[in-house]
Design a protein around this ligand. Structure first.
Ligand code: HEM
Length: 397
């Protein structure tokens, strides 16, 4: 009994210590300059659990992609036992997960994602109209946009992951990097003009905007892969390093999204050549060193919703930049409010800290067009705010 208590206490302290170290590594905001990760793999112990943090694209390719048979499991996380173990993101790679994955693939593959575009275009109109009529409520408008799309696509199933944060991150980047905003708007003015809104079909002709979308995914703090670890099915040896069965293997997204790039905290859409952003699948390429970022995870557990996420982001970002100027807000004293671009919320799941900004229509032509388009689109909603059967039929046939 005494032994059990001591053992329990030992593991509790070891796990707590490990968690603190891990939190420190993953929270880039508090990561000292020379703190690990150094080298391609950082190893540590979380209680009795071995943890391997992957910091190098080539290692991700060698382990999560090439040896995906061994690294597509999920560790037996405590969270799994709260529900019925049917959450695909937490489930081990058993037969049920494989069937779930197939089902998600059917719902979320590139063709299905194209079929949801009418909803995304529709919801983005409401977003723009909300921004025209109530710019101060921008955080709620951005949240509503993604939540509404997710629930529509998935017939009531709401994914815990949304791109809400990323539209917010884009707005922050546009305040901090006004030259990027100006360049993006120049491209939109040249290619689209003020007479119509950009659509997903314009993507091929908007290389700078494509760069803005991928840069948003790279630049924003992205803790998701860290929150959803992979695990080793069997003992493995990699470059002489033993990775025991059951070890947690995590993608160190922050390091991967930053350490390969010069001036990594600058928001620079020109990092990517136009060809690499044209191919949508480059965001999840199995040839990991060619990846632009690791925000969607890797291997067989890679995010199956990325086509939908890419569309959500492209449509929202291109339309917001087409219609609005985003600038620093002024406080009551008339001075510009300060934004710390690297400030994040505390804890293991980091998000950027809240910030203030001013969002204004770029001119009255765009403002009028947004209002008109929303008035016309609103007819597709019934009295409860749901899509009419006619709209659903027309969009799906
Ligand atoms: C910008 C938005 C999104 C980001 C950054 C994101 C990121 C991720 C990441 C990092 C993972 C874990 C990958 C890994 O284990 O290596 C994941 C898994 C997953 N995502 Fe996403 N996601 C996004 C949007 C979506 C959307 C819109 C959907 C559905 C409509 C979705 C559905 C899923 C599912 C079902 C899984 C679990 C897959 C599995 O464990 O087999 N995600 N996502």
């Amino acid at each position: 009994m005494e032994y059990t208590l001591v053992t329990l206490l030992y593991w509790a302290f070891a796990a707590l210590g490990g968690l603190l170290v891990l939190t420190k590594i993953l929270r880039y905001g508090s990561r000292p300059q020379k703190f690990p990760p150094d080298g391609p793999i950082t190893t540590m112990k979380l209680g009795g659990q071995n943890l391997f943090l992957l910091n190098d694209p080539a290692v991700i390719r060698d382990l999560l992609e090439k040896r995906s048979n061994n690294y597509s499991c999920r560790p037996d996380l405590y969270a799994r036992h709260f529900g019925d173990n049917l959450n695909i993101a937490l489930r081990d790679n058993d037969e049920i997960w494989r069937r779930q994955r197939k089902m998600y693939h059917v719902r979320l593959n590139v063709r299905s994602a194209d079929r949801y575009l009418p909803y995304q275009h529709f919801d983005s109109l409401q977003l723009l109209n909300d921004l025209v009529t109530n710019p101060e409520g921008w955080v709620q408008h951005v949240q509503r946009y993604t939540a509404s799309i997710s629930s529509t696509l998935l017939y009531g199933w709401r994914t815990p992951r949304t791109s809400t944060g990323y539209v917010k991150d884009l707005l922050e980047a546009m305040v901090l990097f006004p030259d990027v905003q100006a360049e993006a708007q120049k491209e939109l003015d040249d290619v689209i003009g003020s007479g119509r809104l950009p659509t997903w079909d314009d993507r091929a002709n908007l290389p700078y905007i494509r760069g803005v979308v991928e840069e948003t995914l790279r630049w924003a703090p992205s803790p998701l892969s860290a929150a959803v670890p992979h695990s080793a099915k069997e003992d493995d040896v990699y470059n002489g390093m033993v990775i025991p069965k059951g070890s947690m293997v995590m993608i160190n997204v922050w390091t991967l999204n930053h350490e390969r790039f010069a001036n990594a905290r600058d928001f620079d859409p020109m990092r990517y050549n136009a060809e690499s952003t044209l191919t949508e699948n480059n965001a999840i390429s199995q040839d990991s060193p060619k990846r632009l970022h690791f925000t969607f995870g890797a291997g067989r557990r890679v995010c199956p919703g990325f086509h939908v996420a890419e569309r959500n982001l492209f449509i929202a970002i291109s339309r917001i930049l087409w219609g609005f100027s985003i600038s620093r807000a002024r406080g009551v004293d008339g001075e510009f409010t300060v934004i710390n671009r690297d400030a994040v919320t505390p804890g293991m799941i980091v998000r950027p800290e809240d910030f203030e900004c001013e969002i204004k229509p770029r001119d009255s032509i765009r403002e009028t067009l947004v209002k008109e388009q929303w008035q016309a689109a609103e007819k597709d909603l019934d009295s409860e705010g749901n899509f009419t059967p006619e709209f659903i039929q027309a969009s799906f046939t």
